[in-house]
Design a protein around this ligand. Sequence first.
Ligand SMILES: [Zn+2]
Length: 180
Amino acid sequence: MKYLQGYAPALVAQAQQLLDAGELGPLLARKYPEPHEVRSDKALFDYTQDLKQRFMRNAGPLALVAYDAKLKVIQHALGTHTRQAVVHGNRLKTRREIRVATLFREAPAEFLKMIVVHELAHLKALEHDKAFYALCHHMASDYSQLEFDVRLWLSVRDREEKLAKAGKAGAVEQADKAEE
Ligand SMILES: [Zn+2]
């Protein structure tokens, strides 16, 4: 359970059990039935800007918000945020960018919200510390549950990919046998 590192062992064991039984995917689909319409980078920018206006109005402006297909979803980077100091005339400006892994385009609405909230909070708090999570909860009161469920969802996707690969390999093996 690479996405669940740092969570209580009993919780991880329970998740693993549901995952192995094939019950975790359907369970999440029932809990989060709503898809979202944020399909394009433009829509993602507007969506993020809207949240920022509501909750983090005084954080600096966003230069770019985009889906990124190259983004590898790893434990501490569900999305990325960068602050680049750029020289603008004779002044130093900060260029803030948020990139969201493309797989969140297909995610339930609440999961996209979680990832955008996470990256927005990083505009003000760089580390995953108390101040950071306070900001997250300010924007999404159920943030902790959402982040946990996103991690479960990623685990389900990984398992499905593995099963699909194994299924293909199995089918090829059977076809080889039939030819013999
Ligand atoms: Zn982070």
